[in-house]
Design a protein around this ligand. Structure first.
Ligand SMILES: CC(=O)SCCNC(=O)CCNC(=O)[C@H](O)C(C)(C)COP(=O)(O)OP(=O)(O)OC[C@H]1O[C@@H](n2cnc3c(N)ncnc32)[C@H](O)[C@@H]1OP(=O)(O)O
Ligand SMILES: O=C(O)CCC(=O)C(=O)O
Length: 381
């Protein structure tokens, strides 16, 4: 059984759709190169109908000869298809809304029109020699039977993949598993999951889709994307690896650097607490945790930070205990007695509560001086 999950990263399309985010051509190229170097199989790189500059950037990415295959996003209409034709050798993703609310209120069309349109535009694109993925926009709110009909006509017209979009991020993992499972049982088309994070469930829903048989998933670096964003590349890749031992072909040690690159280009750096890539996620302060980590790292380690090119860091603060204090002083070349460590815990706590910061090396030396003044000598400097 092939356990590989294909990552189609859409940082350069849905990520750039984040309100207020624009990548320059140079930034798009740099991000595409970084994603490629990390081993991403496919990436959505833009929307050709946006205009000549967008198409030029898409062509420039195509001309890099990356292993990652570039894909463009298009609606099912002649202008979008023509614009996609101007982008060189790219995968083409043709999207169509499939929920009743979108079909009736937005497109002012019918189910019959959608089915006819899929047949027509997928057929036209295939005739032009394009490799076509079909996007079922708002699939999570669509009638499941109608979605199966869309899959049928898409496959018959020559599509090679179907994207299930939880456009508004309204699914939970249990429903996702049922919905994707039903679709996978109905069609031979490989299914790709496209999740949004409006309820904070994009990564969970993406994993549920994989468990239900989705072979491809959309991600974005740092979870960038419309509104609350998409399933984040780093979370999906790590969770697939750590929980399910599913491979994605991605060099996980490159994820922090890619996060930094996209954070800078988008003006939306990953917050310190962001799983996998956040600055603070391998930093430990609480005394019981640090004591456990020092005795056996597995006590408080869900996965080895080295897997993503990072390391545990121990800092002192309000929640520190004496083992942590002893460890940090030891790193400074100072061996503390147990009594000194206990005294210094109190000084560290007072410092943290007063300043909301960790003590500097100089603060630590001053604390030691204070314990000496109190008649607790014994440390070797
Ligand atoms: C859920 C998603 O992420 S979908 C992707 C969203 N991405 C974007 O919107 C990309 C950026 N968008 C754009 O640059 C512009 O909206 C364009 C170039 C695509 C279209 O611009 P305009 O022609 O000015 O149309 P406008 O944006 O006002 O309205 C969208 C039109 O597309 C139609 N449309 C929407 N989806 C589709 C579709 N999949 N297939 C065909 N037509 C569609 C709408 O019905 C509407 O047409 P109407 O004006 O005839 O009712
Ligand atoms: O490609 C599609 O059809 C889905 C597009 C999308 O970004 C979404 O529905 O959230």
């Amino acid at each position: 059984m092939d356990l590989t999950v294909g990552i189609n990263d859409t940082t350069l399309r849905d990520g750039e759709q984040t309100a207020g985010v624009v990548f320059s051509a140079e930034e798009k190229i740099a991000i595409a190169c970084a994603l490629d170097q990390a081993g991403i199989a496919e990436m959505e790189v833009g929307i050709p109908i946006l205009g000549p500059e967008e198409r030029e950037t898409i062509r420039a990415i195509g001309a890099l000869g990356l292993r990652a295959r570039p894909m463009v996003w298009a609606r099912m209409c002649p202008a979008d298809l023509d614009a996609a034709s101007l982008c060189g050798n790219v995968l083409v993703h043709l999207s169509i809304p499939v929920s009743d609310i979108h079909i009736q209120r937005k497109l002012k069309r019918s189910h019959a029109w959608v089915l006819k349109t899929v047949t027509r535009f997928v057929g036209m694109a295939v005739d032009r020699g394009m490799r076509v993925s079909v996007g079922a926009e708002d699939a999570s709110r669509a009638d499941p039977d109608f979605l199966c009909r869309v899959a049928e006509v898409a496959q018959k017209a020559g599509a090679w993949r179907l994207r299930f979009a939880d456009t508004l991020g309204v699914l939970d993992p249990f429903t996702t598993r049922e919905r994707i499972g039903a679709l996978v049982r109905h069609t031979d088309l490989p299914i790709e999951m496209h999740a949004h994070d409006d309820l904070g469930l994009a990564t969970a829903n993406t994993l549920a889709a994989v468990l239900a048989g989705a072979r491809y998933v959309n991600t974005t670096v740092n979870g960038l994307g419309e509104r609350a964003g998409n399933a984040s590349l780093e979370e999906v890749v790590l969770a697939l690896h750590v929980i399910y031992r599913r491979t994605t072909g991605i060099d996980m040690t490159q994820l922090p650097a890619i996060s930094g690159l996209v954070g800078q280009a988008s003006g939306r750096p990953a917050p310190p607490q962001k799983s996998v890539v956040g600055d603070a996620v391998f930093t430990h302060e609480a005394g019981i945790h640090v004591d456990g980590l020092l005795k056996d790292v597995r006590t408080y380690q869900g996965f080895d930070p080295a897997e993503v090119g990072r390391a545990h860091r121990i800092v002192l603060g309000k929640y520190s205990g004496s083992q942590a204090v002893t460890y940090v002083y030891d790193k400074l070349g100072i061996a503390l007695s147990r009594e000194q460590a206990r005294r210094i815990v109190t000084l560290v706590r007072a410092h943290a509560m007063r300043t909301k910061t960790s003590p500097s090396d100089q603060d630590l030396r001053d604390f030691l001086g204070q314990t000496r003044t109190l008649g607790l000598a014994g440390a070797t400097l």
